[in-house]
Design a protein around this ligand. Structure first.
Ligand SMILES: C[S@@+](CC[C@H](N)C(=O)[O-])C[C@H]1O[C@@H](n2cnc3c(N)ncnc32)[C@H](O)[C@@H]1O
Length: 271
């Protein structure tokens, strides 16, 4: 399945149900779901508290990068000049039917090829989307369309999580089975490369899967962690280039597979 086909009406219905559940139920019922491969996502209260840590002006041009069905539109539209892009026609149709008064602000576009000029946005919010993107191109585009002094908030999953994080391993395998576009970030490499183009303003590292949903994080990068969120501020408008820092497989999963393979080989050797 090509990636555009994945983000269809069925996914839109699924994502609406997951976010509604995250807002209405406690973490425990969702933990049960993750064992069957379902996604565990934080409730909006936690996410919006994080968004509120940035300072907004009503004149700020804000890009909701991968806006989904527009669930953050009501929050941002009150305080900024809002634009939403998404790769999914089904998601954008849903945004337009919910908010017809701002139909022209919702655009079908790939995050790696944004239909905006350089230095356009004061704020870019990329929440729950970066792990589905071709990340080196995605972050380059975000930096290109951001103004110097503009802020970019981005979340993702790290290549190196704890090997006892069962929920993370289950989610990684389930995503692969479903054909979910799913990439992990070598965050150390990303942060070190970002230094040329941006200041690091906020760091949040969520050690285990589920910590984001419980707002449990550290702001010092640990050796291993599952999810991450950064706020960066563009410091200059240079030609942007990133060496590869993303991978379709986490290192944790790769090591687990190698261990299993070694056990099989050892088993055969001793027969
Ligand atoms: C998990 S949903 C999150 C949506 C929204 N940010 C939210 O939190 O409700 C991921 C969204 O990213 C969009 N998406 C995936 N890959 C994308 C890409 N390369 N460019 C733009 N949007 C993309 C999907 O269509 C989907 O709407």
């Amino acid at each position: 399945m090509n990636r555009k086909e994945y983000w269809n009406k069925e996914y839109t219905t699924y994502w609406k149900a997951m976010t509604e559940e995250a807002n209405s139920e406690g973490a425990i019922s969702r933990i049960k779901k993750t064992t069957s491969g379902d996604y565990k996502t934080p409730g909006e209260k936690i996410i919006i508290e994080f968004f509120e840590s940035l300072h907004y002006e009503k004149t700020d041009k804000l890009l909701d990068y991968g806006c989904g069905f527009g669930r953050f539109y009501p929050f941002f539209n009150r305080i900024t000049d809002y634009y939403g892009i998404d790769i999914s026609q089904a998601m954008i149709d849903e945004c337009i039917s919910r908010y017809p008064e701002d139909a022209e602000k919702f655009i079908v576009a790939e995050g790696e090829r944004l239909p905006f000029e350089d230095n356009y946005f004061n704020k870019i919010i990329c929440y729950g989307v970066f792990d589905a993107c071709y990340q080196e191109n995605a972050i380059s585009e975000m930096l290109r369309v951001s103004k110097v002094g503009g802020s970019i908030l981005v979340t993702g999953k790290n290549t190196e999580y704890y090997d006892d994080d069962e929920q993370a391993l289950i989610a990684e395998e389930a995503a692969r089975k479903k054909g979910h576009p799913n990439y992990f970030t070598n965050v150390k490499s990303l942060v070190s490369q970002l230094g040329q183009y941006a200041y690091l303003k906020q760091e949040r590292y969520f050690t285990y899967r589920g910590d984001f949903a419980n707002a449990k994080y550290t702001d010092l990068m640990p050796d291993k962690f599952y999810e991450w969120a950064l706020v960066i501020e563009k410091k200059n408008h240079l030609d942007i280039h990133f060496e590869k820092f993303s991978d379709a497989y986490s290192n944790t999963w790769k090591k687990k597979i190698i261990k299993v393979q070694n056990r099989i080989i050892d088993g055969e050797d001793t027969k």
